[in-house]
Design a binder for this molecule. Structure first.
Ligand code: BGC
Length: 303
């Protein structure tokens, strides 16, 4: 059966991040980026030795029970800071200790919306953004911020990175520069507001009907021995007759460009950021249950 033939590409070797020092597996390099230090208690944890026992046990309790066995205590092998007794990367050594560019010790959570459609020529496309850090094409995902749920993050990141924040965050922000709806006078403004309201409804509908295709550890170039990425990737498919089938994409925040990214061959996926090829492959597999046109592309990805 073809289903069983699909072997997902093994996670790539730890990739290089442009802002990271050379990794050294035998003698790990200590690296916590200054941006993390500047954001302690904003989006970053305090330094391990500055945390109270209660704070430390909160961090440790975030590590899933599956990964708990990789928590080490008083480990003397970890290079510079042998007093660190916090969470350790469950996938093994990365050649860097410290948090790198990640704010949290242990898992740092993200959410990835995979939005697909078949274009007019019947080619599968997904919404992708070009990341400003590595320059690679990627799913428009992002970090789950404190107080936000995964589903809020999925929608928020999609709006920010791929729709140029068109949806704003509330009625008052619908029209650029006009923050109070009562001040809107011209017909163009109200037409625009209606257009955005419709768009917002359609996006809400789309995002209320997704399928989780991946949840867990990500092979991210920012991972270190002490901090790593975990994500939830959710697939949303736009049908041919949907009013947002031809939705216009516009990059903002961390993304330098946004586009409908064609998926025709395996190599279109292999060049994507971090483990995104794996998530998109899973989305395509999920697509088999939605539209038979996914079958052609899916057979091309199986090897
Ligand atoms: C990205 C996600 C990615 C995650 C793990 C986040 O910064 O926005 O798209 O899946 O990192 O690599």
């Amino acid at each position: 059966m073809l289903f069983q033939k699909l072997s997902i590409k093994k996670m790539k070797q730890q990739q290089k991040h442009p802002k990271y020092p050379e990794r050294c597996l035998d003698k790990p390099v200590y690296f916590t980026h200054e941006i993390v230090c500047q954001n302690i208690n904003v989006w970053a944890d305090p330094f391990w030795n500055d945390m109270t026992d209660e704070e430390k046990s909160k961090v440790i309790s975030k590590v899933s029970s599956e990964n708990k066995k990789s928590l080490i205590f008083e480990n003397k092998d970890l290079g510079r800071d042998s007093t660190y007794n916090g969470p350790i990367n469950p996938k093994g050594k990365t050649g860097i200790v410290g948090r790198g560019l990640l704010g949290r010790y242990g898992p740092n959570y993200a959410a990835d919306p995979i939005v697909t459609r078949f274009n007019k020529e019947g080619i599968l496309e997904m919404v992708a953004i070009q990341r400003s850090d590595t320059g690679q094409w990627a799913i428009p995902g992002g970090m789950v911020e404190k107080g936000d749920t995964v589903s809020e993050t999925l929608r928020k990141e999609f709006n920010e990175e791929a729709l140029g924040n068109t949806l704003g965050t509330g009625d008052a922000e619908y029209v650029n520069g006009v923050h109070d709806c009562s001040k809107i006078k011209s017909k163009e403004d109200s037409d625009y507001i209606n257009k955005i309201k419709t768009l917002k409804n359609e996006i809400d509908k789309l995002f209320s009907n997704g399928t989780t295709v991946y949840a867990g550890f990500v092979d991210d170039p920012r991972n270190t021995d002490w901090a790593w990425m975990e994500t939830v990737a959710v697939h949303f498919h736009i049908k041919d007759d949907s009013p947002i089938h031809d939705i216009e994409l516009r990059a903002a925040t961390d993304a330098t460009s946004a586009k409908w990214y064609k998926i025709k061959t395996r190599s279109d996926l292999d060049s994507l950021y971090a483990s995104h090829a794996l998530f998109v492959t899973r989305a395509i597999e999920n697509g088999l249950l939605i539209d038979k046109r996914f079958y052609d592309i899916w057979t091309k990805l199986a090897y």
